[in-house]
Design a binder for this molecule. Sequence first.
Ligand code: ATP
Length: 362
Amino acid sequence: MTAPIPRLEIKNLKRAYDGRAVVDDVSLQIMPGQVTCLLGPSGCGKSTTLRMIAGVEMQDSGTIHVDGALICDTVFRIPPERREIGLMFQDFALFPHLSVADNVAFGLKTGTRGEKRARVQELLERVDLARFIDGYPHQLSGGEQQRVALARALAPRPRIMLMDEPFSGLDNRLRDGIRDETLSILKEEDTAVLLVTHEPDEAMRMADEIALMRDGKIVQQGAPYNVYTRPLDRASVAFFSDANVLRAEVSGALAMTPFGRFLAPGVPNGTTVNIVFRPQHVRIDFDRAGKGPMPTASDGTAARGVVARARFMGNESLVEFRMDHDGSILKATVPNVFLPQPGSVMWLTIRRDRCFVFPMEG
Ligand code: ATP
């Protein structure tokens, strides 16, 4: 059996500005109907990657294939308008002087007037805006304009959709609904999607696959669950959520901490490691709060902390403890309402199966 051909395949893309590599050997495959999020901090090279695929920026080296056919290398280049790639950006500027119908029809180069009108009608129904077909952009809300922009981008049935922070201009309440709606339309159309974002929440919500980018390179790639639960390093944990860090030295493949011993298999004696864990994996001992030393629990030794601050966050409460052993702050999240008084003494354990042990970098 032959392997399925990716809708989009980029291989070893590189781009440097003034001698500085901003996209450094990036390779990626996206199948039809698959949504891949290029996720990373500002300036890591996400938009430059997208621009090269769109054809508005030339790579220094590397290739781009669509459905197995070469569309660009360093000598051969299909121009942007012939790549059958749809684009959506944060500033999705509709043409103010064109009606909604004409905005959506703008990218339709082929077909009779009747066919074009039918495609426009179909898409506006899909984004639930058929009633505005003869209206103008200024009569629409931001969210509605965004849906027209989606319809416009989809009208020519692009094989690939490139989206650069397309939802960041929308307010929070609108955003979730429009994200979900956009996703289901893109899936129905079987479009391969590359979505650029610096927001982990957005990537987790939208992506079949996340490609985590840092300093011009894809450092980790996989399903959202895998990227979140098997992070590459401390920075990857911290990129997705708050992270607590304990520093410890390894002896006999074990790292000793005030929370007990942690396995550090294969780590040489004397190496300093970071033990990293998320606030939701801290357990607070409610019953015995402040009542003397705790015995070693099955999931590790308890360490004592004093509540420094507690805040209600909506679905959970965030409690910050100043730890007895070194005065550091440790963050814990607790479902629902838990707002202990500052100064309360409590015993804490951590979910050992949710801790990551990384040798210290640098
Ligand atoms: P953001 O999320 O802030 O948009 P990004 O990850 O999309 O960031 P890029 O826009 O790809 O990052 O930029 C990567 C780096 O390349 C940045 O340091 C940027 O300043 C630099 N850069 C981008 N375009 C150019 C250019 N035309 N000339 C020089 N430097 C550029």
